[in-house]
Design a protein. Structure first.
Length: 62
């Protein structure tokens, strides 16, 4: 039987490195999403007023 350990090692290393980086990015985005949700719960709701020019006045579908 042929031993392919030494020839497959660099390929497996790169594959695992890519997977590790992908998991790190997903954890970072999930952490950021939790921070944003927590900030939204802490801050009171803000009233936003939008001023339209006269030619857009009236009811329109956005």
């Amino acid at each position: 039987m042929m031993d392919l350990t030494s020839s497959l090692a660099p390929i497996m290393y790169e594959a695992l490195k890519i997977e590790r980086d992908r998991e790190f990015e997903s954890r970072r985005w999930r952490r950021r999403l939790r921070e944003l949700a927590l900030r939204d719960r802490r801050e009171p709701e803000r009233l936003v007023t939008v001023n339209k020019p006269d030619h857009l006045a009236g009811v329109h579908k956005l």
